[in-house]
Design a protein around this ligand. Sequence first.
Ligand code: ZN
Length: 327
Amino acid sequence: MSSFPTKRLRRLRYNSIVRDMIRETVLTKNDLIYPLFVVPGTKVKHEVRSMPGVYQMSIDVLVEECKELVQLGIPAIILFGIPDHKDEVGSGAYDPNGIIQQAVRAIKKEVKNILVITDVCMCEYTSHGHCGVLDGERILSDQTIKLLAKEAVTHAQAGADVIAPSDMMDGRVAAIRKSLDYKGFTNIPIMSYAVKYSSGYYGPFRDAADSAPSFGDRRSHQMDIANGDEAIREAESDVEEGADIIMLKPAGPYLDIIRRVKDKFEMPTAAYQVSGEYSMIKAAAQNNWIDGERVMLESLISIKRAGADMILTYFAKDVAKWIDSNK
Ligand SMILES: [Zn+2]
C-alpha cells in the first residue's frame, strides 16, 4: 500500500463532478416508504402536535394524499389505524370493516401504483394500549398471535400488498404466514419488525397513533437498547419463520445493528426512522439551530450506507421533492 505523498485522498474530492462519480451511496425515491395515520370521519386532516408536517387523516383525505405520493414518485406507504373504539381484546384490529381494512379498500379502488403495507399490531386497538391480550399485566403471547394472524388475513382480504407485524411476540411471523397461506395469500410478503428496541425515540408516535400504554411499558417484549447480539437472534427467528423483509427500528441510533443484520442475513432490510428521530431534526431546524434539509439527507444517507435497502421515514415527501429539484 502506498502512503503519503504518493497517496492523496483529497485528489478525488477536488470538484463536484469527481465527488458525484465516486459517491458510494445515493438516495433514490425507490428507497422510501411513507408512514400514514388514518382516523375515522371525513375531511379530517389533523397535524400531530409533536410531529410538524405529519397528519392524522380520514380515509377521503388519505386517498387524495396517496394520489399526491404517486405524483411525487413515492412507491410505498405503511398504514397505522386509529379506531373510534378500543376494547380489551383489540377487536378493531381484525374487524373486516375496521379502519385499516376500509382504508386499504379505498386506496386500492382509487389509486394505482402504490404499494400498501399495513402495520399489524394490537396496541392501537386495545383499551390498555398494550400490544396483545392481557392476563393481569402480562401479555399472553400465544393468544395474541392468533389474533394477529386474523388481523393480517383481513388486511390481505382488503387488498394490502405487504403485511408488517410490529408486535414482537414470539412466533407471530410463522403464525401469520400459515394463516395467509391457508387463505390463499401465498404471494403476500411479510415485512417483519424483526429488531425493535424499547426506545425513547417513539414518544411522538404515541401522539400520532394514540397508543401510549395505560400502565407499564413495552420492555417485556421490546429489546434492551444495550444489546446487539440479541438483535441477531431476533432477526434469525423471523427469517426462519418466513419473513421476506426484515425491519429494524429505530434507525439512526442503531446503524451498527443495521450493518450487522444486513451482513449476517443478506436479506432485504428495512429501517424505520422513527418519530423522535424526525421530530428532533424538525424542531432543531425550526429554531434554525441546524440546516434541516442537510441533516435530513445526512440522516437518511447514513441509514442507507449502514445497509438499509428501504427506509420508512416521515421525510419521504420532503426527500422526494429534494430529489426532483436536484436532478
Ligand atoms: Zn404494538
